[in-house]
Design a protein around this ligand. Structure first.
Ligand code: SAH
Length: 247
């Protein structure tokens, strides 16, 4: 027996993998966080839909096992990619005590890739992804990872940059990165990437530390080779260009 951990991409249907759409269409039970299920209303109508609240991840996965054992075909959906801060690893962890259920991960376009496409081409060289959520990871560990990413001159993608209860995380993260990066480092942030009401903005690292963000935003901090070219965020890779300037 199998449970499908499906990444539905950032939201716009054009960016969902055809295979993910096929699997969801074939499943009888769709399990996920309410906000994600709202992104795919047509795919879930007429099916058994289990949408528990944000903190019900473990309960949601337990239900997936129960329904699968009843002989139903079950998909657990995550936004973006199911393996990136998604449900795939929790489902796999729970198979440790199961002998007859396996998990198939169906990948999707993750938020930093969606955000990068709107901002330009900022992920052209080595990059790190850090979530600022301290629900499952201690803030101390998050700080250590930011420090290392700054020291390594990585482009840094910040997921979960802030929420109603965590208003200062982005500022604190920028302060750590500012120890290693120039305040003028080119950055950008995107809200609702590749979804309705998408918004995005380029800024400096200094400016990024002052913006207020919510959970629907991903921020990208450039490296020392990241530039702003025609209002796009571009991480240059070291090609030697000999192009004539058009007059
Ligand atoms: N599995 C998801 C990530 C879940 S963590 C993925 O692979 O994309 C949740 C965080 O992802 C949010 O706080 C936000 O930082 C980011 N995010 C998810 N969808 C987004 C979108 N459409 N636009 C901008 N950020 C997004």
């Amino acid at each position: 027996m199998k449970i499908y951990a499906v990444g539905i991409g950032p939201g716009d249907r054009n960016y969902m993998a055809p295979y993910a759409e096929k699997i969801i269409s074939e499943c009888e039970v769709i399990i996920g966080y309410t906000a994600y299920l709202k992104l795919i209303p047509d795919l879930v109508t007429g099916k058994e839909v289990i949408d528990t609240g944000m903190k019900g991840e473990t309960a949601r996965c337990e239900l997936a096992f129960q329904e699968t054992k009843l002989g139903k075909k079950v998909a657990v959906v995550s936004s973006g990619d199911a393996g990136i801060y998604g449900m795939a690893s929790l489902l796999m962890e729970m198979t440790e005590n199961e002998t007859d259920i396996e998990i198939e991960v169906v990948p999707g376009i993750t938020a930093c890739v969606a955000a990068a496409s709107l901002l330009g081409a900022p992920l052209a060289n080595d990059f790190a992804v850090v979530s600022l959520s301290d629900l499952l990871t201690s803030w101390q560990t998050i700080e250590k990872r930011l420090e290392a990413a700054g020291l390594g001159d990585f482009v840094v993608c910040l997921y979960n940059p802030g929420s109603k209860t965590r208003k200062n995380s982005l500022r604190q993260a920028c302060e750590i990165l500012l120890k290693h990066k120039n305040p003028q480092t080119c950055c950008g942030y995107v809200r609702n990437a590749l979804r309705n009401n998408r918004q995005y903005q380029l800024c400096s690292l200094q400016e990024l530390s002052d913006i207020s963000v919510d959970m629907l935003t991903t921020a990208i901090v450039g490296n020392s080779d990241t530039k702003q070219i025609h209002n796009k965020l571009v991480t240059t890779r070291g090609y030697r260009l000999q192009r004539k300037k058009l007059s």
